[in-house]
Design a protein around this ligand. Structure first.
Ligand code: 5GP
Ligand code: ZN
Length: 115
C-alpha cells in the first residue's frame, strides 16, 4: 500500500465508501462525484498505478476484472440497456487518482467521441 493513496485506504476501509462488491482481489464502490445515475469504481486491492504499470507476469491476475464487471452490472440490471467502462490512464487521459480504477457508468446514454 502506498501511504497516502486514497483508493488503498478505501480498500482497507480506512476511508468510508459505499462498497457494493468485494472479493479477495477487487473492490467496487460508488464514485463520490457521480457522472451518471450509476457510477462505480472497480479497483484491484493491490496498489498499481495504471495499466502501463501492470507487469506481464501479473497481467493474468487481472483477467477476472471482466467477470467482476459482468457480475456487478447484471446484479444492478444495467447489462441489457448498456453501460460504459472507462480507464483514464495517465496524464493525457486526465487520471487523477494514481491507483488503477475502472469507471463503470450506467443509467443514461453516453455520447461519443469522449471529450
Ligand atoms: P480519474 O479522473 O482518476 O479517472 O477518476 C478518479 C475518480 O475517483 C473520480 O471520478 C472521483 O470522483 C473519484 N474519487 C476521488 N476521491 C474519491 C473518494 O474519496 N471516494 C470515492 N468514492 N470516489 C473518489
Ligand atoms: Zn493505492
Amino acid at each position: 500500500m502506498i501511504e497516502e493513496c486514497i483508493f488503498c485506504k478505501i480498500s482497507k476501509k480506512e476511508i468510508k465508501s459505499e462498497i457494493i462488491y468485494e472479493d479477495e482481489d477487487f473492490v467496487v464502490f460508488k464514485d463520490i462525484n457521480p457522472q451518471a445515475p450509476i457510477h462505480l469504481l472497480l479497483i484491484p486491492k493491490i496498489h498499481i498505478e495504471n495499466i502501463s504499470r501492470i507487469s506481464l507476469e501479473s497481467v493474468k491476475n487481472f483477467n477476472r476484472i471482466f467477470s467482476v464487471i459482468k457480475e456487478v452490472t447484471e446484479k444492478l440490471g444495467v447489462d441489457k440497456d448498456g453501460y460504459r467502462v472507462v480507464v483514464n490512464n495517465g496524464k493525457n487521459a486526465g487520471q487523477e487518482v494514481n491507483h488503477l480504477h475502472f469507471h463503470i457508468l450506467a443509467g443514461r446514454k453516453f455520447s461519443w467521441p469522449p471529450g
